[in-house]
Design a protein around this ligand. Structure first.
Ligand SMILES: Cc1cc2nc3c(=O)[nH]c(=O)nc-3n(C[C@H](O)[C@H](O)[C@H](O)COP(=O)(O)O)c2cc1C
Length: 371
């Protein structure tokens, strides 16, 4: 066994069979003119499928709600033209030997830090807050919430109908679903709010349960979650394993198959006060506490973390030994790779060949084009 073989074991969840453990992380590229993905987007994803990635998660793609996106280059996952574009994408990925799910997204009250652009409608969020003390847009009514749940369900149903292998809900990084989770942005006093994380998880649980009822028992549902928010890197939804169980277990019970646990650096322990500096990471704890499969992520194969990429910072290639060690312990099931796959569509085959001298790292200049 070469040392990276453990990353190339197959994995099955529900109806989805993956040839290896490598996932392309969802990455917004803002290359969908008028919100419609076209042949260039299909070719971009196909190259990563041909390059050996087991599962591709699309860039965030938005549901059918007014102001569900905060950047005009973000693709829609609704409407005939956009869905036809996505059909082209999934067919291309399948032809390249890959599996794929769209990342279904609503940006909530978050203003893009990349473009100065406003949607035609007011932005919406649990309490009209982007972050503690930062008012933006309007608080959602019961009717808004019901329609948003329905829009997520419609998008998931469309994904399944088009032939996608899974869907991922974007519940991380301070966007709409996360704004419900976070006490800093959810001050509701109705059934979608409350002092406990379990209460603030109700919105996400309702979205998941409604999708599960629509797509049937075998179609895998992935939920991406994070402790950190782009509004506050130090924010934490769960300070203890008990709180993490209250947060995540109801979501798994509602129908989530895979928790995608976003960290900026995968090697950082989640509760070092319990199991030490080399302890389980977020995905490790989430797996242990809920029994669900998990995906980890964060600076795999790279020296620097991803927020710096938006400031134009590149990152050099780093070793994979720490990742392999954790995979060998089955701390988590899958590993997502972001920037390394932007700069090198063949990253996975190079890792499989154990040809690490050929790993390129990440060049921020590659964000300027879709190749
Ligand atoms: C250009 C870029 C766009 C991103 N867009 C998204 C997104 O749409 N949805 C999301 O959940 N995360 C997004 N992320 C975060 C990545 O999915 C990933 O978690 C992060 O880059 C860490 O992985 P890495 O260190 O391997 O790059 C983005 C990251 C980058 C670099």
């Amino acid at each position: 066994m070469t040392s990276t073989d453990v990353l190339f074991r197959p994995f099955r969840i529900g109806s989805m069979e993956l040839k290896n453990r490598i996932v392309m992380a969802p990455m917004t590229r803002s290359f969908a003119p008028a919100g419609i993905p076209g042949p260039a987007n299909a070719a971009y994803y196909r190259r990563r499928a041909e390059g050996g990635v087991g599962l591709i998660l699309s860039e965030g793609t938005v549901i059918d709600r007014p102001a569900s996106r905060n950047d005009p280059g973000i693709p829609f996952f609704h409407g005939e033209a956009a869905l036809a574009g996505w059909k082209g994408v999934i067919d291309a990925v399948h032809a390249g030997g890959g599996r794929m799910g769209p990342q279904l997204w609503h940006t909530g009250a978050v203003k893009s830090f990349l473009v100065d652009w406003e949607a035609d409608a007011p932005v919406e969020s649990p309490s009209g807050l982007d972050a503690p003390g930062v008012e933006r847009g309007k608080a959602m009514t019961d009717a808004d919430i019901a329609d948003t749940v329905a829009a997520f369900v419609k998008a998931a149903a469309d994904a399944k109908r088009l032939g996608f292998d899974t869907i991922e809900l974007h519940g991380a990084h301070g966007y709409l679903i996360d704004q419900f989770f976070w006490s800093g942005s959810n001050h509701r006093t109705d059934r979608y709010g409350g002092p406990t994380i379990r209460e603030r998880s109700r919105f996400a649980a309702e979205v998941v349960a409604a999708i599960r009822a629509e797509v049937g028992p075998d179609f895998p549902i992935i939920l991406r979650v994070s402790q950190w928010k782009q509004q506050d890197f130090t924010a934490r939804l769960a300070e203890t394993p008990a709180a993490m169980t209250d947060w995540l277990l109801p979501l798994v019970e509602a129908g989530v198959d895979v928790l995608h646990c976003s960290q900026r650096r995968f090697w950082e322990p989640e509760f070092p006060e319990i199991d030490g500096e080399n302890g389980l990471n977020f995905a490790g704890w989430a797996k242990k506490l809920t029994g669900a499969a998990t995906i980890s992520v964060g600076s795999v194969g790279l020296t620097g973390d991803f927020m710096a990429a938006f400031g134009g910072e590149s990152s050099t290639a780093a070793g994979l030994d720490g990742l392999v060690d954790r995979m060998e312990r089955d701390e988590f099931d899958l590993i997502a790779v972001g920037r390394a796959l932007i700069s090198d569509p063949d990253w996975a085959v190079k890792v499989q060949a154990n040809d690490r001298t050929k790993l390129r790292g990440f060049d921020a200049a590659n964000l300027a084009e879709l190749v």
